[in-house]
Design a protein. Structure first.
Length: 387
């Protein structure tokens, strides 16, 4: 009986509002759709996100008295033209550096083995020969080196074997721009169709949509700026020190900002490994790592507060939990959209009606007011009047 009252109180508190129930059902249906048909509908979700991001540029051109159709065409041509141009310039350079890096991996492993063997001579007070040998035995460097030696041929064979998948990617790249174009062109009609399905009274949905629209727009704009700035600064810094694979490492550092706290920690490993392979444990390596550390400190303590002071108001623990949770559910895309999804959860929690809590608050306020009135009445009446 007590459990029944608890369950009844929970539903009466959180699900007594009709709009909240409808929104909850729609949210569950959408999550089920993403979970079951997410891979098949990936082009649709991509097109919706791109159309959402490009719609403000269409509105600006419309405000300049440019016809709507021409505005949509100009925005799509500019965006996808820059995207294709960037891919044609950046991807071949990255592939060349990746190929060169894979071919040098065995030499890097051998150098690591030599450095471990030399540690007892350099630091006899801290590391003994037995400890160094245990490290070498614990990590099968020779086996890793042999595996990496055959990695490049396997990569090339895999690329040839996945040619049909590449054809599918080409089809994907053709379908998504077309969908984005028609979504931008007919977005008013499409939005009317969506609103026709939703309930007429949707104050809860409007509040969540308003908060998410502002949060996501600010977040995406800030992330794009952060990726470009951190990637460019890292590339210039690595080039100044003459570090090999500076373009590849700069791309890794730039993309790492998508995964707060975790990404910067992971990218530190290849930066240190390539620097140690090229310069050894010399002053050049220490200068590079110091410069990389300064970039990360400035990013976390200066750039991020400037870009996201009003965009995402989430606790760092919440961000890390969101990355781990949504990344475990949806893989890379879950990590990519972890912060917007966490923001959505926060917006829903803030906007969700809690009727029983409100009723209890009103009842408590009424009781306190009644007690105050009674005490005031007793203070204004004398002892004789009370008798």
């Amino acid at each position: 009986m007590k459990l029944y009252r608890v369950v009844q109180g929970f539903f009466s508190r959180y699900f007594s509002d009709e709009e909240a129930v409808i929104f909850f059902i729609l949210l569950m249906l959408f999550m089920l759709l993403v979970y079951s048909l997410g891979q098949a509908l990936a082009p649709v979700f991509t097109a919706v996100i791109l159309a959402y991001l490009l719609s403000p540029f269409v509105d600006r051109l419309n405000n300049l008295r440019i016809p709507h159709m021409l505005s949509v065409a100009l925005v799509c041509l500019a965006f996808f033209g820059v995207l294709v141009l960037g891919i044609l310039i950046i991807v071949p350079a990255l592939l060349r550096q990746i190929t060169s890096l894979v071919s040098e991996m065995p030499a890097m492993i051998r150098l690591m083995q030599e450095q471990i063997q030399a540690l007892p001579d350099r630091f006899p007070e801290l590391i003994s020969n037995e400890l160094a040998q245990q490290w070498l035995l614990g990590v099968d460097l020779r086996g890793i080196s042999q595996q990496l030696s055959g990695l490049l041929p396997r990569v090339l064979t895999f690329s040839l074997n996945t040619l049909p998948s590449a054809v599918g990617v080409l089809i994907y790249l053709i379908v998504v721009p077309l969908m984005v174009f028609f979504m931008l062109k007919d977005r008013v009609t499409l939005w009317r169709s969506v609103k026709a399905v939703l309930p007429a009274r949707r104050s809860l949905m409007n509040q969540i949509a308003l908060e998410m629209n502002q949060q996501i727009a600010n977040y995406i704009r800030g992330k794009v700026i952060e990726i470009l700035l951190i990637g460019s600064i890292s590339f210039v810094t690595f080039e100044m020190f003459g570090l090999n694979y500076s373009a590849l490492l700069a791309v890794l550092v730039g993309v790492s900002v998508l995964i707060p706290y975790i990404g910067a920690t992971i990218v530190t490993i290849p930066v240190f490994a390539i620097g140690a392979f090229q310069f050894g444990f010399t002053n050049e390596l220490y200068y590079i790592m110091m410069a990389y550390l300064i970039i990360q400190i400035l990013d976390g303590n200066v750039l991020v507060p400037l870009l996201f002071s009003e965009a995402v108001n989430l606790n760092p623990v919440s961000i890390i939990v969101a990355v781990l949770l949504f990344g475990g559910i949806w893989g890379f895309w879950g990590v990519f959209f972890a912060i917007p999804l966490a923001t959505l959860v926060k917006a829903i929690f803030n906007a969700w009606p809690k009727h029983q809590e409100d009723a209890a608050a009103h009842e408590l306020a009424a009781e306190e007011q009644a007690v105050a009135d009674l005490e005031q009445h007793q203070d204004t009446t004398g002892p004789g009047d009370r008798g």
